[in-house]
Design a protein around this ligand. Structure first.
Ligand SMILES: C[S@@+](CC[C@H](N)C(=O)[O-])C[C@H]1O[C@@H](n2cnc3c(N)ncnc32)[C@H](O)[C@@H]1O
Length: 229
């Protein structure tokens, strides 16, 4: 997979071409496109059924990636690649979120890609440690998307809590993941284990041209609550 620091990143999603302008020199990591976002979109492109009515037993992701009628939210969207890509794959009701300083880059890229997307996707400021912002988005969501968001140890607790609040009991978190900080990595998976069932997508299921050793895709589902009778 080619990952480039050129000012414009292009990603073909089926017949559409997303074009994202990034600013690697900015103070905020969200103004760059991070490779796991591309890995997640191309994984989904590989497995989303073009016609969801023709379900296939040979597709292990036909239910997970059946986006019909699903509500979705993306956390830490940055320039918005993952949300835009999944929108092109059928995730029609999606809201992209990030911190305020990243909003100009997100809005710029949403406008830039409006001809391809056909509209400006919904977007909102959301800090993971702000419950009132989370509640204002009216959870639960069927799909929570997040790519390359685990890199600060202090943010891991709020991130998992935001995911847990936002995702429906029968929903999924689609996570593009790369180890960025050993401490944040350890804490994230320790905490996730108590909240989610964790399914790691085998590397051979990723898109062959958008895969590299360090990048993973995970599907997280809320653990079923045990009720005492
Ligand atoms: C490494 S970037 C990844 C951006 C994008 N998802 C991608 O893959 O290209 C991490 C993103 O998480 C966002 N983020 C970090 N901490 C956050 C927090 N506490 N609340 C909301 N967003 C946060 C950053 O602003 C940034 O956009």
């Amino acid at each position: 997979m080619k990952f480039t620091d050129s000012p414009v990143i292009e990603l073909r999603v089926r017949d559409s071409l997303l074009s994202i302008q990034q600013d690697n020199g900015s103070f905020h990591v969200g103004t760059s496109v991070w490779p796991c976002s591309l890995v997640l979109v191309k994984f989904a492109e590989r497995w989303v059924q073009p016609d969801p009515n023709t379900s296939s037993d040979s597709n292990p992701y036909s239910r997970t990636l059946d986006f019909r009628g699903r509500r979705a939210v993306e956390l830490g969207t940055g320039c918005g690649v993952a949300g835009m890509g999944l929108y092109l794959l059928g995730l029609t009701d999606v809201v992209l979120t990030d911190i305020s300083p990243v909003m100009p880059a997100l809005k710029h890229n949403l406008k830039r890609n409006k001809p391809v997307l056909g509209k400006t996707l919904k977007h909102s400021v959301l800090y993971w440690n702000r419950p009132e912002q989370i509640n204002a988005l009216h959870p639960p969501y069927d799909v929570v998307v997040a790519t390359d968001v685990v890199y600060i140890e202090e943010s891991v607790g709020p991130l998992i809590s935001a995911m847990e609040t936002l995702v429906a009991d029968d929903g999924v978190v689609l996570l593009g993941y790369q180890v960025r900080s050993p401490e944040a990595h350890k804490l994230f998976w320790e905490m996730s284990e108590s909240v989610f069932e964790i399914h790691k997508v085998p590397h051979e299921h990723l898109h062959p041209e958008y895969a590299f050793e360090e990048a993973d895709v995970y599907v997280l589902k809320k653990k079923k609550k045990e009720h005492n009778l």
